[in-house]
Design a binder for this molecule. Sequence first.
Ligand code: XMP
Length: 519
Amino acid sequence: MQDIEHIAILDFGSQYTQLIARRLREMNVYTEILSPDTDLTTIKASSPKGIILSGGPGSTHSQTFNFDENILNSDIPILGICYGMQLMNTLCEGSVSSIGRGEYGKQFLSVDSRAAIFRGLADSELVWMSHGDSVENLSPHFHSIANSTDKVIAAIAHKTRPHFGVQFHPEVSHTPNGCQIINNFVEICRCSRDWNMENYIESIKHEIKEQVGDGRVVSLISGGVDSTASTLLCYEALGKERVFPIHIDNGLMRKGESESVVKLLKEHGITNIDFVDASDRFLDALKGVTDPEEKRRIIGNLFIEILEKEIEKFDTHDGKTFFCQGTLYTDLIESGKGCGNNAAVIKTHHNVNPPIVEAKRKQGLIVEPNKHIFKDEVRMVCESLGVPHVLAWRHPFPGPGLAIRIIGEIQKERLEMLREADEIYLEEIRKAGWYDKIWQAFAILLPVSTVGVMGDKRTQGNVIALRAVSSKDGMTADFSEVPYEILGRVSTRIINEIPGINRVVYDVTSKPPGTIEWE
Ligand code: XMP
């Protein structure tokens, strides 16, 4: 982002790079993650207050990433972490070598707490290590400021410049005083720590205005936080006359979800919503379909077809109609656009990209108001814009919606049963104060006939499975240990209140080996 005080992070492929960025942002310091081959001139163009060289899976013997050595001759404060420290040492006339089995896990270090980067720490500190190489010959420009118990150099400081290297990972929670170290670096960088959601909103509004000029924006609002934040930010920046929100009800949403989109916009004084009730079209197209991938394909294609037509309705074809997307900073990083080529391409099947949107991208007509922020920052933006807490912090919901939470064929009655069960489950979880502790909680309908007894009669009914998982990113997950007392209450209510359900089970599968969704 232009003109925002920040610290730049050069990403050498560490799995913790995003965590470094999160830690700094928690300290109200904006960060930009850059490709490791970004040269000093480019870095300096946006005047960072400091530079962090991340860790990485490689060794400095085999991987140097076209790193611009001029960076190490600048007076901008630098913190090298793990691979970053080894790179600094190697390129400043020192050397590193492999240390047999390496150092992994927790270790006590003896630390020189007079060093600015270790201010406020004790002489002995617990840190978390994960490296196979270490300093062999210390660079003549640095001195050692920490050692492990077997005398391996664990941190270095430049003799004249504000450049530091640590062999361990201060960004992970297993290094108890890691935040203090990062905080010390922020002090060394003289950051004013004024990054917050209010000034993000102001600067992104400015960016949207600049980009759109006297044009207009068409925005899809699904009900999820990403599209809610990006649509509202466009309104804040451009006003009600130049933003055209589209909501497509595919009939596969949770109870009251489409209505809540309209209500939210109305509460913001926005009434020009293009509400497309396509539920019958989706249900018709899904008739008789049981294969999950086939369901996804049908839903995705129909969605694209409808969206294309709706965007077309608002397109003035003068190169001034933009399309707004809720892309997050992490999406850009994961697709390799935001940082180094080391980042894996993870998200593909989750994004709906109709040809018309791709064409707009090629013409530079895509607005992405969330592209500088992380998911929980998007939630904070929502709250700052007056979105109620329950909507701003709602769990992720898959694009194909309830279609992949009904095993087998989708039918209206099945959707109704599932909606009611899901609503009861979430209501009880919320009431018990568990909702915010869970990554995703939802009900699944198993159209399997099981036997029950009510009063003196035997009953036949369907099964509802309850799922709740904790996760950081949906890539791995553990089942949540929701207390039996809550599960019992949910079960009783579901069986008593929803005709057609006579059994409730709880899913205790983690991911891997399971997936979060059942289909
Ligand atoms: P799985 O089931 O793969 O889910 O462990 C990981 C995360 O992705 C969501 N998910 C989807 N989201 N379209 C989406 O937009 C899909 O087809 C889809 N399948 C799974 C899931 O809800 C979880 O958050």
